[in-house]
Design a protein around this ligand. Structure first.
Ligand code: PLP
Length: 434
């Protein structure tokens, strides 16, 4: 019986099938065969995660190969959300100053597991000056970007069998992060075409198993930014449900794009609307530092059990080995509060692309923030559409992995020149469907 279970759990090469089957019942022989076959009982979920690249990464790798074949400037790679504008000048000046003036033992040394106290104070002061959120440095945990912030938070909150809701379209890694925390990601449908919250769908998705809801505003990939009235309604639906079912739903706000908004759009600060909220912040996009891996988690001080939740974050960070984010970067961001790279480039790119694509007949919803366009594919199968786009050297990410079929994501964090050069290709792609 035990051997049966093991055999099903392990993908063995076909030539070992008979030997394995013969060995059922003979535990020792069975293990010897496994060892001779070089098969170790390692975690198959992780093997699979490691072997299957995300659609975005796959396309990016394809782009690299294609550029080597036909030339860099002939491939219009809209796959990755890698900021195209450099960090503000203050970043390199501050780094130089830190390296010259700080005690190297301190600068390159360990900080507290949750991050340097003075850095957390600088962040709390800035957040409070902007949003009057009453944030305390004791409720901030420094992380390697938003990805680590999210994994720590989900591992801190979730028990096996919990559900985590998020609005589709969503950042595909949420599925992996939730699964690793023992939870299940449940996508909630949004309004057709606009991707704004559909509150009826939210109400029907909530269940006693719901531990948390992840929001991401400005959104990757739709560019939607929740207005204050949407935020209020969202919070009141969660509060109502919590009261009626005697449960506690956490609201996790994933905010790597907080500052990337265009026109008069503002992003309501979640802590001012919902006590049981946690912010996962990153400097990857606002300061163009994605490779430097720095961000933080902040727990709302208005949450009754904020200290317990913070302890759970520290515990999850410890268990995952995500302690003590790089100190050089911590010291840097402490001095960069309120600074951003030049995001006007993204706004210009957005405007140029939206106008041109609309002219060519694409159905475009103008994004209010982030640096992505989520565009309706010109056929129902977005994968087929993205394949056809490749014939025009356009690398567009099919939207299926974001939880919405029939759309593609265009990352417009690229040079304005590339946008300009890519336009005839977008036009020809549209014409190929007429
Ligand atoms: N969340 C969203 C919505 C993202 O788009 C990204 C990265 O693109 C992340 C989280 C991860 O960000 P970080 O680079 O800070 O880990």
């Amino acid at each position: 019986m035990r051997c049966n279970v093991i055999i099903r759990a392990i993908p063995y090469p076909p030539q070992y099938k008979n030997r394995l089957l013969n060995a059922i019942g003979g535990g020792i022989i069975f293990y010897e065969i496994l060892l001779k076959a070089g098969i170790r009982m390692i975690n198959q979920t992780n093997v699979q995660l490691g072997e299957v690249r995300s659609v975005i990464r796959e396309l990016f790798e394809y782009g690299k190969k294609r550029k080597a074949q036909i030339g860099e400037e002939k491939v219009y790679d809209f796959s990755l959300g890698n900021p195209s504008v450099p960090p503000p000048e203050e970043v390199s000046l501050t780094l130089e100053k830190l390296i010259k003036e700080c005690d190297p033992v301190f600068l390159h040394g360990y900080t507290s597991a949750q991050g340097d106290g003075a850095v957390r104070c600088a962040i709390a002061d800035y957040v409070n000056s902007q949003f009057n959120a009453g944030l305390s440095p004791d409720l901030i945990y420094m992380t390697c970007g938003a990805a680590a912030a999210l994994t720590i938070t989900l591992n801190a909150l979730c028990n096996k069998g919990d559900e985590v809701l998020t609005f589709a379209p969503f950042f595909p890694e949420y599925t992996v992060f939730a699964q690793h925390a023992g939870a299940k990601l449940v996508p909630v449908k949004t309004q057709d075409g606009t991707f704004r919250i559909d509150f009826d769908s939210l109400r029907s998705a909530l269940s006693p198993a719901t531990k948390a809801v992840i929001i991401n505003s400005p959104n990757n990939p739709s560019g939607v930014v929740y207005s204050e009235s949407e935020m209020k309604e969202l919070c009141s639906v969660l509060t109502e449900y919590g009261k009626q079912h005697n449960t506690e739903i956490y609201l996790i706000s994933d905010e790597p794009y907080r500052e990337l908004v265009y026109g008069n759009v503002t992003v309501p600060y979640v802590m001012n609307y919902y006590a049981r909220s946690i912010v996962c912040y990153s400097y990857s996009k606002s300061l163009s530092l994605p490779g430097d891996r720095i961000g933080y988690i902040a727990v709302n001080p208005k949450m009754a059990e904020c200290r317990k939740v913070y302890s759970a974050l520290c515990g999850a960070g410890r268990a995952l080995g995500y302690v003590c984010a790089p100190n050089l970067l911590q010291q840097l961001v402490a001095k960069m509060q309120g600074k951003t790279s030049d995001i006007s480039v993204y706004e210009a790119n957005r405007n140029r692309l939206c106008t041109a694509l609309e002219d060519y007949g694409y159905n475009v919803v103008k994004p209010e923030g982030a640096f992505y366009l989520f565009v309706k594919a010109l056929e129902s199968d977005a994968n087929a559409f993205a394949e056809r786009a490749k014939q025009y050297e356009l690398l567009l990410v099919p939207g299926d992995s974001f939880g919405v079929k029939g759309y593609v994501r265009i990352s417009y964090c690229v040079s304005p020149e590339m946008i300009e050069h890519s336009l005839p290709a977008f036009k020809s792609l549209a014409e190929s469907y007429r």
